[in-house]
Design a protein around this ligand. Sequence first.
Ligand code: NAP
Ligand code: HSE
Length: 433
Amino acid sequence: MTKQMNIGLLGFGTVGTGVLQIIQDHQDKLAHQLGCGVSIKKILVNDLNKERQVKVTPEQLTLDPQEVLDNPDIDVIVEVMGGIEDARSYIRHALENGKHVITANKDLMAVHGSELLQLADKQGCDLFYEASVAGGIPILRTLVEGLASDRITKIMGIVNGTTNYILTKMTKEGRLFDEVLQEAQALGYAESDPTADVEGLDAARKISILGTLGFSMNLDLDDVSVKGITKVTTQDLNYADQLGYTMKLVGIANRSGDKVEVSVQPTLIPHEHPLASVDDEYNAVYVYGEAVGETMFYGPGAGQLPTATAIVSDLVEVLKNKRLGVNGNSVVIPQFNKKLQTDDEIFSKYFLRIHAKDVPGTFSVLTTLFDEQGVSLEKILQVPLNQGKLAEIILVTHAVTKKNYETVIEKLNDIDVVVEVKSSYRVEGEMKK
Ligand code: NAP
Ligand code: HSE
């Protein structure tokens, strides 16, 4: 039996440092589980002189990717450098050299996952990426293995810690978006450029990975309709609360028959739904399976040690496969061809806030417009504004097609009694498909 497994790290920042720390701290457990020791042989970095949080020898660090990727003593490559092009070419190089790969890189896997998994399959190598979605929650393995016997029809994920932190502080403490974003950056939850967090792109990458695995269908990032949280106001959050909802940025993947819909948007969730109580930087993934019913997986979605835990778990899997001689068998080619729902097949409820003239007949004009598009209303709230000259009207619809709802919004913008459509959000968590 091999007495030592050598790992090559690409990147030694927040996550890379955590990986080294967990491997050092858990040597006995790893040796017990795997029957061999595990050591970090080489680490690719940008800057050899940078001060590091944990002790490494100068020989372990390198600026030359080939010293890691072509090193015959290295069995497994762990990519934790981030970015797309370099990471993609290094992972390809590693797989072509017959090395197993673990990555935390959701940006890369959301765009090039299918290509890299096919290469891993061809090379008989493992390629695992548990850390790429919801950090410390083992959700990818849960979808692929734990729920393998079921048919999953719905996944709803709070999969971005930064936006969940911002929405929680805005809702519970009435604080302003910009101020809380800065705090999330200082706490290390946000990406270096937080645009991907607040505009929903980070969550879109993660829900496309979850949907691909959950529905066994190759979903691309372009298939995800994306809306971020930058336009959410405290008024929206307060009205949502009054009507019984909590706002969360939710990645939604729905399957109906053989067609799917994938989206990310600020979403109103009923207070009593388990996702509504997922606060601060925490993540949670709600999965509905036809046989199992409702399940939810909760935990830290980012951070040094939670993310590193997922990587080291992947490492244990690779090394166990190695002992059993079954590496490369884990790549599951999607069972189904992609079929996306059209806008007249996507059903949802919506929250709508408008400013309208407070004059006789306003409601009649509005209800006629809703009737014409087959949109019926479940909840209505009206608040006088500007000494009674304006009415703030907040509505929650019953389930309606996306197409009809968007027609209503277009027409509302054109009618005289409506001064402004202030906001509109999807409402989820009441219908199980
Ligand atoms: P990070 O702190 O910025 O660290 C990146 C590391 O990679 C640094 O050590 C840097 O070297 C090195 N590096 C970057 N580009 C390089 C290049 N072209 N050549 C050589 N070295 C390079 O990033 P991180 O937060 O650890 O994130 C790493 C990955 O994990 C990303 O894909 C991220 O999306 C993913 N992830 C992170 C978290 C989290 O909580 N941080 C959670 C889930 C997933 P220097 O140290 O010399 O600058
Ligand atoms: N910026 C990401 C987040 C980090 O806030 O969830 C984890 O992927």
